[in-house]
Design a protein. Structure first.
Lengths: 107, 311
């Protein structure tokens, strides 16, 4: 068992806490823009994701796991298609719980 | 029926398989609930398992939030899958940590299930935690791919809920004069923890250190009502000069989450734009302003307020 390299649930406003660390975020894909994918985070802010996208086309919602570059940008290691319907509100609430009162269950 | 005659896993499975051994030891009056606890399926994060493992000296029995851990359910990504003829091993990464898993393949259907699962896929696992040669690993009964990805958020919210339930509500149950009476209802085996809705204020977490905690919470009070309550306190009624604004704010001690839940928040925010001050007391000041406008209170001397009731 190893808990040394977690991927924290984050939304856009939590990104700046984790610069240089591994996170996971769900976003709604808006457009691909020359090597970067622009998406809308669960808290409805703009998110830039760099790194080579997967060979399969994106669904509406995508989860990225990667290292935080800066407060707006994630360098993705893993992309997972989450389908075309995700409850972003609940996911955002989970981000808040996982970074707040119940952080000890996650980090 | 299940609820009238407790299912004895020990008899049914001759103590073998994954049935918890605790079932045989539960002979006291609490055997009913112990039995249920022992058979429960806990949604957990790897972090919780790891923490419990690190902090416990007893390497055979794992306890999380006061509950014996036997069968668990996890959701995460499969890594390093290695299939053999008799079993398959892989590492499950649920984002909070990684745990080694093992599944024995007994029948063709097992092999088919396993073949469909590839590295990088999200899966829902059901399994049994066991220690072997000082290492914790998960003996998997079933794993299947996640198809609705809401299941991931749902699982972790479930973990939070069960943690809250086991660490707070379950311990409170049975204590008389509970504030949350609904939670101390005896639990029947046919319903699990799932059947118990937690009052929303259970989740507000931070203890409210204002004096209003003792009041019924079924109807959230507005800041305006709280200000009036403060002005109506006997010691404040007797102040001829009124109650200083700073004292009202200090009394309020309103936690942010309470403020955020106010239905009047939007209107308060609109008002705040036209007000010059931006400080930590602005909600208090707004409430006072509203109350003055409604004629409920008045300014006695500068920054001191009184209610019309005791005026």
């Amino acid at each position: 068992m190893d808990t040394s390299n977690p991927a924290v649930f984050v939304n856009a406003e939590l990104l700046h806490f984790y610069v240089g660390r591994r996170v996971r975020a769900v976003m709604q894909v808006i457009r691909s823009d020359g090597g970067a994918v622009i998406g809308k985070s669960t808290d409805e802010k703009q998110l830039v994701v760099k790194g080579s996208p997967p060979s399969v086309p994106f669904t509406n919602f995508v989860e990225v796991i990667g290292i935080v570059d800066n407060e707006k940008c994630i360098r993705a290691e893993t992309w997972t298609n989450f389908g075309d319907a995700i409850d972003m509100f609940s996911y955002n609430k989970l981000c808040q719980l996982a970074n707040g009162e119940f952080k000890h269950l996650f980090l | 029926m299940y609820s009238t005659s407790q299912f004895d896993g020990n008899a049914a499975f001759s103590g073998g398989g994954f049935m918890p051994s605790q079932a045989t030891q539960a002979t006291d009056s609490s055997s009913f609930s112990r039995n249920r606890d022992a058979q429960s399926l806990l949604p957990l994060t790897v972090k919780q398992i790891n923490d419990a493992f690190q902090s416990s000296d007893d390497k055979t029995n794992l306890i999380i939030d006061g509950v014996d851990v036997n069968n668990v359910t996890l959701v995460g990504r499969v890594c390093n899958k290695a299939g053999r003829i008799t079993d398959v091993t892989f590492v499950l990464d649920d984002g909070t940590g990684r745990i080694e898993c093992n599944k024995w393949l007994q029948e063709a259907v097992d092999s088919n299930e396993v073949d469909g699962i590839l590295d990088g896929m999200y899966v829902r696992l059901h399994g049994h935690l066991k220690g072997f040669q000082g290492k914790r690993s998960l003996n998997v009964f079933s794993f299947r791919p996640v198809t609705d990805f809401n299941e991931i958020a749902s699982h972790f919210i479930d973990c939070v809920y069960v943690h809250l339930y086991n660490s707070k509500i379950r311990l409170q149950a049975g204590v008389p004069n509970q504030q949350h009476v609904t939670n101390s209802t005896p639990i029947t085996p046919t319903k699990g923890y799932q059947a118990y809705a937690v009052p929303p204020n259970q989740f507000s977490g931070q203890p409210n250190n204002s004096q209003f905690t003792s009041q019924p919470k079924n109807a959230p009070k507005s800041v305006e009502d709280m200000v009036l309550d403060i002005l109506h306190l006997p010691k404040n009624r007797s102040r001829d000069e009124g109650v200083p604004r700073d004292l009202i704010a200090q009394h309020l001690g309103i936690p942010m989450d309470k403020l955020m839940s106010l239905s009047s928040l939007t209107s308060l925010l609109k008002l705040s734009k036209i007000l010059k001050f931006i400080d930590s007391f602005r909600f208090c000041r707004l409430a006072i302003k509203n109350l003055i406008e409604e004629g409920n209170i008045y300014e006695a001397i500068a920054d001191h307020y009184k209610s019309i009731i005791n005026g």
